[in-house]
Design a protein around this ligand. Structure first.
Ligand SMILES: [Zn+2]
Length: 180
């Protein structure tokens, strides 16, 4: 089931939430509906409502720095296009027992931090191979320099987006990629 995209009052995409949570925001008049699903409706006990695909907050919210800087695997893998930054294989090319992992370019054991500029996407095999070594020690360098994604909405690079949500996110992705 498609989730609802939340835009800030400035129309900057913020995040996806379950559709029921989005509807509550709308009913409480904290957000207004921007796009609805063509045919789907959402039913409650008393009545049914249009299915909100995109909503916009009435008031602008600052995103706390700590949320923005928190590394999550979902956003990390999206930032790196679901591709191992060492062997270059896409998620779809991994073998059965392999998976994408969070890899610390400078290992935590050597003082590396769990921050956007020090984490990259690696397949489990490459992660294991690199171990707790520095890039020059094992001659393994990530293909792209790690950076902090500017918008949580980078998550849209995931496959779950509805076509009607895409135009609200894409302009921001491009900006995020360029400034990254
Ligand atoms: Zn790999």
């Amino acid at each position: 089931m498609a989730q609802t995209l939340i835009l800030n009052a400035s129309t900057e995409p913020l995040t996806f939430v379950p559709v029921k949570r989005a509807l509550i925001l709308v009913l409480k008049e904290k957000a207004e509906v921007v796009e609805t699903h063509v045919s789907k409706r959402i039913r409650t006990e008393k009545r049914d409502y249009p299915y909100p695909l995109v909503i916009r907050l009435v008031k602008y919210v600052e995103i706390p720095r700590r949320f923005r800087s928190m590394v999550s695997n979902a956003v990390l893998f999206a930032r790196d296009h679901y591709t191992c930054q060492y062997c270059g294989r896409h998620k779809s090319e991994l073998k059965r027992k392999e998976r994408l992992t969070r890899e610390h370019v400078k290992p935590v054991s050597k003082g590396g931090t769990d921050t956007w500029d020090n984490v990259t996407t690696a397949c489990s095999t490459c992660n294991h191979k690199k171990g707790d070594k520095l890039p020059y020690e094992v001659r393994m360098y990530p293909k792209a320099t790690p950076f902090e994604p500017r918008y949580i909405a980078l998550i849209l690079l995931s496959d779950q987006m509805d076509e009607k949500q895409r135009p609200y996110i894409e302009p921001f992705i491009k900006t995020a990629m360029q400034t990254g």
